[in-house]
Design a protein around this ligand. Structure first.
Ligand code: C5P
Length: 230
Protein backbone atom coordinates (compact mmCIF):
# COMPACT_ATOMS: atom_id res chain seq x y z
CA UNK A 1 0.00 0.00 0.00
CA UNK A 2 1.42 3.31 -1.12
CA UNK A 3 0.79 6.68 0.50
CA UNK A 4 1.64 8.57 -2.68
CA UNK A 5 -0.83 11.06 -4.08
CA UNK A 6 0.27 10.45 -7.68
CA UNK A 7 -1.81 8.05 -9.78
CA UNK A 8 -0.21 7.27 -13.15
CA UNK A 9 -2.85 6.66 -15.84
CA UNK A 10 -1.84 3.56 -17.82
CA UNK A 11 -3.61 4.63 -21.02
CA UNK A 12 -2.07 2.01 -23.28
CA UNK A 13 -3.60 -0.35 -25.85
CA UNK A 14 -1.56 -3.39 -24.79
CA UNK A 15 -0.59 -5.01 -21.52
CA UNK A 16 3.03 -5.21 -22.73
CA UNK A 17 3.22 -1.42 -22.97
CA UNK A 18 1.53 -0.98 -19.59
CA UNK A 19 3.79 -3.53 -17.92
CA UNK A 20 6.90 -1.95 -19.46
CA UNK A 21 6.09 1.39 -17.83
CA UNK A 22 5.09 -0.26 -14.54
CA UNK A 23 8.49 -1.98 -14.48
CA UNK A 24 10.15 1.42 -14.26
CA UNK A 25 7.86 2.66 -11.49
CA UNK A 26 7.98 1.94 -7.77
CA UNK A 27 4.73 0.76 -6.09
CA UNK A 28 5.75 2.64 -2.93
CA UNK A 29 5.94 5.94 -4.83
CA UNK A 30 2.86 5.93 -7.07
CA UNK A 31 -0.43 4.25 -7.80
CA UNK A 32 -1.74 3.16 -11.20
CA UNK A 33 -5.02 3.75 -13.03
CA UNK A 34 -6.42 1.19 -15.43
CA UNK A 35 -9.18 2.52 -17.66
CA UNK A 36 -11.57 1.24 -20.27
CA UNK A 37 -9.11 0.83 -23.15
CA UNK A 38 -6.50 -1.27 -21.36
CA UNK A 39 -9.11 -3.24 -19.41
CA UNK A 40 -11.18 -4.03 -22.50
CA UNK A 41 -8.09 -5.18 -24.40
CA UNK A 42 -6.23 -6.98 -21.63
CA UNK A 43 -8.92 -8.01 -19.15
CA UNK A 44 -8.76 -8.62 -15.41
CA UNK A 45 -5.39 -10.35 -15.71
CA UNK A 46 -3.58 -7.01 -16.12
CA UNK A 47 -5.19 -5.82 -12.88
CA UNK A 48 -4.23 -8.99 -11.03
CA UNK A 49 -0.67 -8.90 -12.41
CA UNK A 50 -0.07 -5.32 -11.25
CA UNK A 51 -1.70 -5.97 -7.86
CA UNK A 52 0.69 -8.91 -7.42
CA UNK A 53 3.58 -6.55 -8.21
CA UNK A 54 2.48 -4.46 -5.23
CA UNK A 55 0.72 -1.58 -7.00
CA UNK A 56 -2.44 0.06 -5.69
CA UNK A 57 -4.82 0.00 -8.65
CA UNK A 58 -7.56 2.50 -9.41
CA UNK A 59 -9.95 0.65 -11.73
CA UNK A 60 -11.55 3.48 -13.72
CA UNK A 61 -14.53 1.80 -15.40
CA UNK A 62 -17.18 4.34 -14.31
CA UNK A 63 -19.97 1.82 -13.70
CA UNK A 64 -23.43 3.14 -14.58
CA UNK A 65 -26.28 0.60 -14.66
CA UNK A 66 -29.14 -0.68 -12.51
CA UNK A 67 -28.21 -0.95 -8.80
CA UNK A 68 -27.99 -4.76 -8.73
CA UNK A 69 -25.66 -4.90 -11.75
CA UNK A 70 -23.38 -2.14 -10.48
CA UNK A 71 -23.21 -3.71 -7.01
CA UNK A 72 -22.13 -7.04 -8.53
CA UNK A 73 -19.56 -5.34 -10.77
CA UNK A 74 -18.11 -3.51 -7.74
CA UNK A 75 -17.90 -6.77 -5.79
CA UNK A 76 -16.08 -8.33 -8.76
CA UNK A 77 -13.62 -5.40 -8.88
CA UNK A 78 -13.02 -5.78 -5.13
CA UNK A 79 -12.24 -9.48 -5.72
CA UNK A 80 -9.49 -8.41 -8.15
CA UNK A 81 -7.84 -6.61 -5.23
CA UNK A 82 -8.18 -3.05 -6.52
CA UNK A 83 -7.52 -0.12 -4.18
CA UNK A 84 -10.08 2.24 -5.74
CA UNK A 85 -12.93 2.00 -8.26
CA UNK A 86 -15.61 4.34 -9.52
CA UNK A 87 -19.24 4.61 -10.52
CA UNK A 88 -21.10 7.34 -12.38
CA UNK A 89 -23.13 9.51 -9.99
CA UNK A 90 -25.77 10.04 -12.71
CA UNK A 91 -26.78 6.42 -11.98
CA UNK A 92 -28.47 7.88 -8.88
CA UNK A 93 -28.51 7.43 -5.11
CA UNK A 94 -29.93 3.89 -5.01
CA UNK A 95 -27.23 2.69 -7.41
CA UNK A 96 -24.46 4.33 -5.37
CA UNK A 97 -25.80 2.95 -2.06
CA UNK A 98 -25.96 -0.57 -3.55
CA UNK A 99 -22.40 -0.21 -4.87
CA UNK A 100 -21.12 0.98 -1.51
CA UNK A 101 -22.91 -1.82 0.38
CA UNK A 102 -21.37 -4.40 -1.96
CA UNK A 103 -17.90 -3.38 -0.74
CA UNK A 104 -18.61 -4.11 2.93
CA UNK A 105 -17.15 -2.31 5.90
CA UNK A 106 -13.71 -3.80 6.48
CA UNK A 107 -10.89 -1.29 6.93
CA UNK A 108 -9.10 -2.58 3.84
CA UNK A 109 -12.13 -2.42 1.52
CA UNK A 110 -11.54 -0.60 -1.79
CA UNK A 111 -12.40 3.08 -2.00
CA UNK A 112 -15.49 3.97 -4.02
CA UNK A 113 -15.43 7.22 -5.97
CA UNK A 114 -18.11 8.90 -8.06
CA UNK A 115 -17.73 10.60 -11.42
CA UNK A 116 -19.93 13.71 -11.36
CA UNK A 117 -20.04 15.24 -14.83
CA UNK A 118 -17.35 14.33 -17.33
CA UNK A 119 -15.02 17.26 -17.89
CA UNK A 120 -15.64 16.83 -21.62
CA UNK A 121 -19.24 17.96 -21.06
CA UNK A 122 -19.88 21.53 -22.14
CA UNK A 123 -23.06 23.58 -21.77
CA UNK A 124 -24.43 22.40 -25.15
CA UNK A 125 -24.01 18.69 -24.31
CA UNK A 126 -25.36 19.34 -20.80
CA UNK A 127 -28.58 20.85 -22.17
CA UNK A 128 -28.80 18.31 -25.00
CA UNK A 129 -29.41 15.52 -22.47
CA UNK A 130 -32.05 17.56 -20.64
CA UNK A 131 -30.00 18.83 -17.70
CA UNK A 132 -30.73 22.35 -16.50
CA UNK A 133 -28.89 24.99 -14.49
CA UNK A 134 -25.15 25.41 -14.41
CA UNK A 135 -22.52 22.72 -14.80
CA UNK A 136 -20.72 23.82 -11.63
CA UNK A 137 -23.87 23.71 -9.46
CA UNK A 138 -24.66 20.27 -10.87
CA UNK A 139 -21.16 19.02 -9.99
CA UNK A 140 -21.58 20.25 -6.39
CA UNK A 141 -25.04 18.68 -6.14
CA UNK A 142 -23.86 15.31 -7.51
CA UNK A 143 -20.87 15.36 -5.14
CA UNK A 144 -23.27 15.87 -2.21
CA UNK A 145 -25.41 12.98 -3.46
CA UNK A 146 -22.27 10.80 -3.69
CA UNK A 147 -21.30 11.78 -0.13
CA UNK A 148 -24.85 11.17 1.18
CA UNK A 149 -24.81 7.75 -0.53
CA UNK A 150 -21.68 6.73 1.37
CA UNK A 151 -19.09 7.17 -1.38
CA UNK A 152 -15.54 8.08 -0.40
CA UNK A 153 -15.15 10.96 -2.84
CA UNK A 154 -15.44 12.10 -6.43
CA UNK A 155 -13.38 12.54 -9.55
CA UNK A 156 -13.34 16.24 -10.31
CA UNK A 157 -11.45 18.98 -12.03
CA UNK A 158 -8.80 20.59 -9.83
CA UNK A 159 -10.63 23.87 -10.57
CA UNK A 160 -13.55 22.51 -8.51
CA UNK A 161 -11.40 21.13 -5.71
CA UNK A 162 -11.33 24.12 -3.37
CA UNK A 163 -15.10 24.53 -3.33
CA UNK A 164 -15.72 20.79 -2.98
CA UNK A 165 -13.17 20.58 -0.16
CA UNK A 166 -14.93 23.33 1.80
CA UNK A 167 -18.39 21.82 1.23
CA UNK A 168 -17.58 18.14 1.75
CA UNK A 169 -14.97 18.24 4.52
CA UNK A 170 -11.47 16.90 4.95
CA UNK A 171 -12.13 13.16 4.57
CA UNK A 172 -13.75 13.35 1.12
CA UNK A 173 -11.41 12.11 -1.62
CA UNK A 174 -10.94 14.53 -4.53
CA UNK A 175 -9.32 12.69 -7.42
CA UNK A 176 -8.24 15.15 -10.09
CA UNK A 177 -7.13 14.56 -13.70
CA UNK A 178 -6.17 17.42 -16.02
CA UNK A 179 -2.81 17.87 -14.28
CA UNK A 180 0.03 19.41 -16.25
CA UNK A 181 3.46 20.20 -14.81
CA UNK A 182 4.93 23.60 -15.66
CA UNK A 183 5.96 23.74 -19.37
CA UNK A 184 4.33 20.47 -20.41
CA UNK A 185 1.99 19.89 -23.36
CA UNK A 186 -1.68 20.56 -22.59
CA UNK A 187 -2.86 17.99 -25.17
CA UNK A 188 -6.67 17.84 -25.20
CA UNK A 189 -6.97 18.98 -21.56
CA UNK A 190 -8.27 22.50 -20.92
CA UNK A 191 -8.31 24.31 -17.55
CA UNK A 192 -5.29 22.38 -16.24
CA UNK A 193 -3.39 22.89 -12.98
CA UNK A 194 0.15 22.00 -11.99
CA UNK A 195 0.56 19.17 -9.46
CA UNK A 196 1.36 21.60 -6.64
CA UNK A 197 -1.54 23.93 -7.51
CA UNK A 198 -3.96 21.00 -7.49
CA UNK A 199 -2.78 19.71 -4.10
CA UNK A 200 -2.89 23.24 -2.69
CA UNK A 201 -6.48 23.56 -3.98
CA UNK A 202 -7.48 20.44 -2.00
CA UNK A 203 -6.94 17.46 -4.33
CA UNK A 204 -6.18 14.22 -2.53
CA UNK A 205 -5.02 12.29 -5.61
CA UNK A 206 -3.57 13.51 -8.89
CA UNK A 207 -4.29 11.44 -12.01
CA UNK A 208 -1.41 12.01 -14.43
CA UNK A 209 -1.11 10.31 -17.80
CA UNK A 210 0.73 11.76 -20.79
CA UNK A 211 3.10 14.07 -18.89
CA UNK A 212 4.64 10.79 -17.64
CA UNK A 213 3.65 8.13 -20.21
CA UNK A 214 4.54 10.23 -23.28
CA UNK A 215 7.79 11.61 -21.83
CA UNK A 216 11.04 10.46 -23.45
CA UNK A 217 12.19 9.51 -19.94
CA UNK A 218 9.01 8.63 -17.97
CA UNK A 219 10.88 8.02 -14.72
CA UNK A 220 12.61 11.41 -14.89
CA UNK A 221 9.24 13.06 -15.58
CA UNK A 222 7.71 11.21 -12.64
CA UNK A 223 10.55 12.21 -10.32
CA UNK A 224 10.31 15.86 -11.36
CA UNK A 225 6.59 15.83 -10.45
CA UNK A 226 7.31 14.08 -7.15
CA UNK A 227 9.99 16.65 -6.35
CA UNK A 228 7.65 19.55 -7.18
CA UNK A 229 5.32 18.26 -4.45
CA UNK A 230 7.95 17.92 -1.72
O1 C5P B 1 -2.88 12.05 -20.22
P1 C5P B 1 -3.69 12.79 -19.20
O2 C5P B 1 -2.88 13.26 -18.01
O3 C5P B 1 -4.55 13.88 -19.78
O4 C5P B 1 -4.67 11.66 -18.64
C1 C5P B 1 -5.72 11.92 -17.75
C2 C5P B 1 -6.43 10.66 -17.42
O5 C5P B 1 -7.56 11.00 -16.62
C3 C5P B 1 -6.98 9.88 -18.61
O6 C5P B 1 -6.93 8.48 -18.25
C4 C5P B 1 -8.40 10.33 -18.72
O7 C5P B 1 -9.25 9.37 -19.26
C5 C5P B 1 -8.76 10.56 -17.24
N1 C5P B 1 -9.84 11.50 -17.00
C6 C5P B 1 -9.83 12.81 -17.45
N2 C5P B 1 -10.89 13.63 -17.17
C7 C5P B 1 -11.93 13.17 -16.48
C8 C5P B 1 -11.95 11.87 -16.01
C9 C5P B 1 -10.87 11.05 -16.29
O8 C5P B 1 -8.88 13.25 -18.06
N3 C5P B 1 -12.93 13.99 -16.18
Amino acid sequence: MSDSNIIVALDYPTSDAALALAKQLDPARCRLKIGKELFTRSGPVIVETLVKQGFDIFLDLKYHDIPNTVAKACAAAADLGVWMMNVHTLGGGAMMIAAREALGSQDDRPLLIGVTLLTSMDQTTFEQIGLQGSISDTVLRLAKLADDSGLDGVVCSAQEAAQLRSQRGQDFQLVTPGIRPENSEQGDQHRTMTPLEAITAGSTQLVIGRPITAASDPMAAFEAIEKSLN
